[in-house]
Unconditional design. Sequence first.
Length: 170
Amino acid sequence: MKINTKKVVISGMLVAVAVSLSSFAVPIGASKCFPIQHLCNVIAGVFLGPFYGVGMAFCTSLIRNMMGTGSLLAFPGSMIGAYLCGMLYQHTGKLTAAYVGEVVGTGIIGGIMCYPVATLLMGKEAALFAYVLPFLLSTGCGTAMAFVLIGALYKSGAFEYLGHMLEQKA
């Protein structure tokens, strides 16, 4: 895979936004819900693709954990959501597919994947589906925010401009 400097820079900017706004986490059930992460996942998945999206999600989760504003549960949820969002958008070219990918990837698959993280790595007792509902609420909110933002970009013509700009050689 060839590294695109513009995509690396945008990924870094999205990490900075997500980390700097990590104080806006909302506790829901057994997890901290962080809708800004999901907003950034959708932006990265749509404009950067699945691999840069996963890298952005990993870096954000790592920094938030080192700062004490996140938990180990952020890794499976955010990374699976970013990957599925980017992959579905890349294969279909439809924004609806990207939104569904983020919600299903983070809310359902990521929520289920948190079970082994919580029980084996964090030593918490949890049911298999304990994190699905909180993650669905969080990703639903963040994806709705992305829907509004991307809709505004689309109507203004900036969506197409950004897509073409990121595909050009750096």
